[in-house]
Ligand binder design. Sequence first.
Ligand SMILES: [Mg+2]
Length: 245
Amino acid sequence: MRYLSNGILTINMKKSYTHLFFDLDDTLWDFSKNSDNALRRLFSEYRLDTYFESYEYFHSIYLLKNSSLWDLYGQGAITKSYLSYERFAYPLRVVGIENSDLVNALGRDYLSFTSSGTVLISGAIELLESLKDRYVLSILSNGFKEVQYLKLKNSDLLKYFRYIILSEEVGVLKPSRIIFDESLKISNCSVGKALMIGDNFESDVKGSLACGWDAIYFNRFNEVINERTNGIIEVNDLTSIKLLL
Ligand SMILES: [Mg+2]
């Protein structure tokens, strides 16, 4: 069955969950906004307007390249350092600039600026407050470890989570089965008691369902998913999750 959070919630979720696993980026911590803020700051501080006609132009090239690099990284085809370098080297190359010092500085400062971002998804704190005494809460994230901990700390989210499970520490990214199995082991949980909550349909939802977990799909931007998959509960805001659990 597939439910939509259309304001009327008549859903009976299983009451047997003991452990909730949250994705971090764009589920609790507003990656899109914090990243955009960081990139705007880089654009201004490094005078990238010298090379790009507008921030929007630079940003569109960056986003496309970054997304394809993360796909390759997820497949194990490229390293983290290649991803970090190439996502800035490529846009500069598009406008005819080859400058490895600039690329390295942009890569370094991007991680620093982003991880100091504190914009959360609306309702995040309220949701965690309502769940913290009733469930074991964990983060299950694909981000880089040196920034994920800082994001959690800087935005005051760290205190809510018993376990922080990061792809970089486990060695594989979601949706690999290995990271979901490992999460159960680390948190002393079992399949029927685990619920995954995340915004990425492939990594968070399909990945966890394939391992026998249940999942809440946080479809923040109402993306159309043509796949009909059993066992998914879909919400469009975090407040709806609070009402479900
Ligand atoms: Mg996410």
